[in-house]
Design a binder for this molecule. Sequence first.
Ligand code: GLN
Length: 204
Amino acid sequence: MKFGVIALQGDVREHIEMLEIAMDEFGIEGEVVKVKKPEDLENVKGIIIPGGESTVIGRLCEKFGLLNKIRDLVVRNELAVMGTCAGLVLLAKKIVDARVGEVSQPLLGLMDISVVRNAFGRQRESFEVDLEIPEIGSSPFRAIFIRAPLVKDILNDSVKVLAKFSGKIVAVRQKNMLALSFHPELTNDTRLHKYFLNIATGKA
Ligand code: GLN
């Protein structure tokens, strides 16, 4: 079974390693590929859009024809997607920036959420917190926030809120899409990568 990580910018290697460990823990045979162009998505069941800089990842995805290809596959339910941090921004239908307000940048625009970019401040205001995410178990998940976005509004009932931090939505799922404000790939807790594998294989 094949999974992929968009490998144009951002923390790619960490996600590849986490997916490999999660697959191993589940006993899933297969491989994790770097996705840089539409052909790389062949037979891929699920992809991760990593954290990084959403403007850069979005522009490069658009340039290489990945935005349209990913949209088609996800809408046809042939591909699951998990976006972390910048990846969550790219999945959103609506975005604003906490400082500059309205912004225009290429997006996948697949999830019925409105998102505020850079909602928790700058790089030096990065922080870690224990989050309750009942969907993946009762013990808290150590979440690392780095220039993180938050989900301001849910625009459709099919979006499920998975976690909040001080009243702000930081993890959501809609059908075959999972979006997180924080960076699970920077911990060694594979539960969210495993949850994503379950979504991608129709088990969750
Ligand atoms: N602030 C970045 C953006 O909006 C995301 C930061 C991150 O992925 N760590 O693109």
